[in-house]
Design a protein around this ligand. Structure first.
Ligand SMILES: O=C(O)CC[C@@H]1NC(=O)NC1=O
Ligand SMILES: [Fe+3]
Length: 406
């Protein structure tokens, strides 16, 4: 048992997100000991407390794990505000993409932007997430599509860790859209992704996973399967944007490859949900894109619950379909639009988000041995973090055991 620690946060209510049979993993009248960036002890009343270099009076407030935004595209150049107006005038997202707008528009701007320009705009967006208690962010490439820009994006993403109190997990999303230089040659582009870019990214350690856009305006299941096979060859984990706008059975394919997550899944068929159980795949819900695209088809939440599939919630922060730099808003939308309970929404941005990134052994819970990424909130109950919008900021935030400037 710990005798002395770096930080002791005393007299708090823990929404630990542990699977301890209590709502939110509740542990009352608790104290949490931190040493060398890790949680080394959780004490309840009447237990002897360790001494500490820094004692924090939690004043019986709520302590939660730092939030994890497990799906973002927050490194990008340019703006898509004009498309927002076009869509309001009735032009569909798909039509805009077919006219060369959408992702391709951001590809052009991102290729033209310098690494420093991309870094400064990404810092501003990531700061907004961090201010709401986010301590870990997944960031995808996918707005370069050529070798140099994909590498530029992933380097910018990782460099955020030098500027902010955040862990960044990077994902190679080469199969996001067909670049203009491969017009009409989608299969050749997939070969380029698998044989030219992915080997470089794997060799340079620039990403821990790959992702694909399996969709009519993206890539076919057959093309995505080639990317998954190449990912396995390079020891990269697999994630997939699937069933966002139609049902191409992308989720079934991703589950066959033991994907970490399947993301969007508005059009996932109820009868296909069971396939996610065996593979341990997390369902990542992205209500921001559902909201911005005026989508009406909701993910099969009841079936996901029935099969006990972990549901994560993320912002999908991107310039086109989800320009939302707010994990609290994403959780509110998941509840209001998809009927997730507040506990499901909060688990979706903590322990289930950690699992969607393969980090469930050390992030996303207040648990001995886990990273000391924590937020103290002045709330009467965790529901308050989900029921309103722009109502709360953490009182205190610890990242890797160090008190963080918000
Ligand atoms: O429109 C964009 O810039 C990205 C959209 C984003 N990417 C994807 O595969 N699905 C999405 O909603
Ligand atoms: Fe996305």
């Amino acid at each position: 048992m710990t005798q002395h620690c770096d930080v002791l946060i005393k007299q708090v209510k823990l929404a630990s997100m542990q699977a301890n049979g209590k709502p939110y993993g509740l542990i009352e009248n608790a104290s949490v000991a931190i040493k060398d960036g890790k949680i080394v002890g959780i004490f309840t009343e009447n237990q002897r407390l360790p001494t500490a270099d820094h004692n924090v009076d939690g004043q019986d407030q709520w302590l939660l794990p730092g939030f994890i935004d497990c799906h973002t595209h927050l490194v990008y150049g340019g703006s898509r505000a004009s498309e927002f107006e076009q869509r309001l005038l009735g032009v569909s997202y798909t039509d805009i993409a077919k006219q060369g707008g959408g992702i391709r528009s951001t590809v052009k701007a991102t290729r033209a932007a310098s690494q420093e320009q991309l870094l400064q705009s990404a810092i501003a967006r990531a700061k907004r997430l961090a201010a709401e208690g986010v301590t870990c962010i997944e960031i995808k490439s996918g707005y370069g599509l050529d070798l140099d820009t994909e590498i530029k994006m992933l380097k910018v993403a990782k460099e955020l860790e030098q500027h902010l109190d955040l862990s960044v997990i990077t994902t190679y999303l080469g199969a996001h859209a067909l670049p203009p230089e491969f017009n009409g040659k989608a299969d050749d582009y997939i070969d380029f992704v698998c044989n030219e870019v992915m080997p470089q990214i794997a060799q340079q350690g620039l990403a821990s996973a790959v992702d694909v856009f399996c969709e009519g305006i993206g890539f076919s299941p057959e093309q995505c399967e080639k990317v998954f096979v190449a990912a396995q060859r390079h020891g990269l984990k697999i994630k997939a944007h699937v069933e966002q706008l139609s049902d191409l059975k992308g989720a079934l394919l991703a589950a066959e490859f033991n994907a970490l997550s399947v993301d969007h899944i508005e059009y996932l068929a109820e009868q296909d949900v069971a396939s996610l159980k065996a593979s341990g795949t997390v369902a990542v819900l992205l209500p921001g894109a559902f909201y911005y695209l005026h989508e009406t088809k909701k993910p099969p939440i009841v079936a996901l619950r029935q099969h006990d599939i972990p549901m994560a919630v993320a912002t999908d922060l991107n310039p086109g379909t989800s320009p939302i730099a707010s994990i609290l808003t994403a959780m509110n939308m998941a509840s209001v639009l998809f009927a997730l309970t507040p506990e499901e929404a909060l688990r979706g941005a903590t322990c289930h988000a950690a699992k969607a990134l393969g980090l469930q052994t050390h992030k996303g819970q207040i648990q001995v041995g886990f990273d000391a990424d924590l937020c103290l909130w002045d709330i009467q109950h965790p529901v308050e973090l989900v029921c309103g919008i722009n109502q709360h900021r953490p009182l205190k935030k610890w990242y890797a055991g160090r008190l963080s400037t918000l």
